[in-house]
Ligand binder design. Structure first.
Ligand SMILES: Nc1ncnc2c1ncn2[C@@H]1O[C@H](COP(=O)(O)OP(=O)(O)O)[C@@H](O)[C@H]1O
Ligand SMILES: [Mg+2]
Length: 398
């Protein structure tokens, strides 16, 4: 898959940008705060419809435009998939409702036809690598869930829909638990929400089990190469509701791999429902939902050691590179198309050897866009062959 044209309108610092995107590798070069990362952010939005940066969509709309009562940021793209041309557009719209309250919404158009966001997912795929993604390994379980959810949603739009529904059920169920905690009442009101939680939750757990196992096999192979056969990487999925309970809930560092692939969705659903029934009173005391995929974790183990806790800086960086390359392979296998690669100031984060590994692999991929403040990080041969965009104050020179 490859992006052929990108147009931005009132997106971040770009009031207007319109550029043809070449195949192969493009280096986006310029000093800090010139809009390099924003270009990658815009492209990633076409794949996920969510920003990797902004807490809120309104931040994506250009500051000046945003002063208007109605303001629109627009990302338009043309791309090729399987040799056929397609187009995609995302609009971020800020407007006022009849009561004068401000609201921000998103619109998506696929091949010029308006679609729900869930239907627009999966047309264009991208893998993004940011230096702060080391947080996926070292950070909170929430960071890891986000990594998995963004990767899975792109390849499996049905997963994104389930996730969205699931999250709504969790917040409604939490509101009811809180009410039962504070005021008491008929506990059987929970039955309805338990059923829905188990339904959507089982879908998510089941998908995560299979996809994490697939990602793990791609990652293990790549990690073996990147560490010159010194390290064996494992991705250890730890569902909060585990269809395969471990004795006393104990896990040790050197746990043998657990295979949950034999569990059907129905089996997970009925087990989850039973677990909810068993923990009902505890959840009412707590006033929130304790069990389910919104509390899952995923650990990365190298030679049996948990990298989140014991990984050296170098190991964590190499593992992150592994995970990103595995994401590319996995998306390729799943969708039949090579995703576009987006690398933000990544080279500065890697040691010389990993840098060479990454640049070698870039040659095998269809298209990559990478930002840098410093061209010296790249081998001269690489710079000579790559396309270059110089960027300054929101203007781009090809
Ligand atoms: N909504 C917005 N409207 C206008 N400018 C913005 C907006 N959001 C961010 N910026 C500006 O964009 C610049 C940051 O762009 P960024 O893509 O991070 O630059 P780079 O990656 O080149 O360092 C900053 O100067 C910031 O003030
Ligand atoms: Mg940047």
């Amino acid at each position: 898959m490859r992006l052929t044209r990108l147009s931005l309108h009132n997106f971040r610092s770009f009031t207007r940008l319109d550029v043809e995107v070449p195949p192969g590798n493009t280096l986006i070069v310029g000093p800090n705060a010139q809009g390099k990362t924003s270009i990658l952010e815009a492209i990633y939005l076409l794949a996920t419809f969510t920003s990797f940066h902004a807490g809120q969509d309104r931040e994506l709309i250009n500051f000046v435009e945003s002063r208007q009562a109605t303001a629109v940021a627009r990302i338009q793209a043309e791309f090729e998939r399987g040799g056929k041309p397609h187009s995609l557009e995302v609009r971020i719209i800020k407007e006022r409702d009849r009561q004068g309250r401000e609201r921000v919404r998103k619109q998506a158009l696929v091949d010029k036809a308006q679609k729900k966001i869930s239907e627009a997912l999966g047309h264009f795929n991208a893998v993004l690598f940011l230096p702060q993604m080391l947080g996926v390994i070292e950070g909170s379980p929430g960071d890891r869930r986000r990594y998995i959810d963004l990767a899975l949603s792109q390849a499996m739009p049905a997963y994104a829909i389930q996730l969205n529904d699931y999250n709504k059920v969790v917040s409604q169920r939490n509101a009811l638990l809180k009410q039962l905690q504070e005021n008491g009442g008929d506990k059987s009101q929970l039955d309805f929400w338990d059923t829905r939680l188990a339904q959507h939750g089982a879908h998510i757990i089941h998908t995560r089990i299979l996809a994490i196992q697939e990602l793990e096999s791609a990652a293990a192979r790549i990690h073996h190469e990147l560490t010159r056969s010194n390290e064996v990487l494992r991705m250890d999925y730890r569902p909060a509701y585990d269809p395969l309970p471990t004795p006393n809930g104990q896990r040790t560092l050197l746990d043998a791999p657990v295979d949950r692939r034999s569990f059907t969705r129905e089996k997970i659903e009925s087990g989850f429902l039973a677990a909810l029934a068993a923990s009902r009173q505890a959840e009412i005391w707590r006033g929130s939902t304790a069990l389910g995929p919104h509390r899952d974790d995923l650990r990365f183990l190298s030679n049996g050691i948990d990298l989140g806790t014991y990984g050296s800086r170098g190991q964590v960086r190499t593992t992150m590179l592994t995970l990103k390359m595995a994401e590319v392979d996995w998306l390729h296998q799943r969708t039949g198309h090579m995703p576009v690669l987006l690398l933000d100031e990544v080279l500065a984060e890697l040691d010389t050897e990993r840098r060479a590994d990454l640049l070698d692999r870039l040659g095998q991929w269809e298209q990559a866009l990478m930002t840098t403040t410093d061209l010296n990080l790249f081998k001269p041969e690489f710079v000579a062959e790559a396309h270059r965009w110089n960027i300054r104050e929101g203007r781009l020179e090809s």
